[in-house]
Write a protein that binds this ligand. Sequence first.
Ligand SMILES: *Cc1c(COP(=O)(O)O)cnc(C)c1O
Length: 381
Amino acid sequence: MKKIRLYTPGPCAVPEEVLLEMARPFEHHRTDWFKGFMKQVREKLREVVQTKNEVLVITGSGTAAAEAAIVACNPPGSKMLTIEGGKFGQRWGEIAEQYGFDVIRHEIEWGTAIDPKVIADYLKKDPAITVVMLTHSETSTGTLCDLEAIGQITNAAGKLLIADCITSAGALPLKPDAWGVDVVITGAQKSLMLPPGLGFVSVSDRAWKVIESNKKQHAYYLNLISARKSAEKNDTPFTPAHLLIRGLNKALDILLEDGMEAVWKRVASMAAATRAAGEAINLKVFSKRPSDSVTAFSCPEGIKVPDIRNGLQSRFGIQSAGGQDHLKGKIFRIGHMGYVDEMDTILAIAALEQVLYTLGHKFNLGAGVTAAQKVFAERMK
Ligand SMILES: *Cc1c(COP(=O)(O)O)cnc(C)c1O
């Protein structure tokens, strides 16, 4: 028997109902039916992303949505500051460079979060900076930054803030409007419980002003102005990814049935249980400021990451993630996003104990599961 159990921090497990929805016959998109359908999806998206702003649907993965935002928010004369503490933060600086935009790429140690004061200092020292871009939950290291504090700083300075919320929107507390996040980017295959292929961008009024002033729109396909024009008519500028949007509607229903507060609580519990379990079985959390959507553990000495991951996969069908770039072989990651719940977390911890035990790691078998059980039981009180 081969049961697939996805604990990767993207793509994440998709509910059966969503998969079934996408298996149904579909209709043409230039129809009243599709327009009515898109109208509902737009409303639900705003609720899940917790913004009153339009959430534009982009065909492409999360990176496509981010590229659309970077291109739109960097008119001639602009200057972007990127905060890079992992694989994804780096990507945004790379995109800006590739387009020849003026960009300051501030690197921080992987596994740490930016101190908001550092951003305040940059903005004070260099008034030419017009936009700041960073990753809220850096999936590659399992690290969360203080987006609320950063939003206060960029807002007070009158600068745009673009946040990659690909593993925070729909999983972690996020209040873009109250926090002053101008552009929120997310993607389908993480907390939104869909197969990959859709990206999302929400844009504040302040950011629209900048985008509209941008006479040199570099993008054609990933153009936010055409995306907005169509969205206002419940339409899309190009052929939409029908099946994914059908699935999206279902996935949004599932999230909203619980309500975002409950979703955030569940994700936080799963992460807390996983960290407690790790401590009980002599594993160290890699990040200095852990994100609740994915836990990165440092690999114990004498054990190899591929042996852990292969053991999980071959014995229990569990797919986990390793580290990227210089963290390859140093960390392994378990996600808490998508169609996973508390009991799935217990299962992953039990499996991890089995694999580590076989590999000779020293700990009390069952201690991880017990620690996780305690976290869940306490939170149920
Ligand atoms: C997955 C991820 C991305 C990249 O998204 P793609 O859908 O692979 O293009 C960007 N940022 C973060 C934080 C992610 O987790």
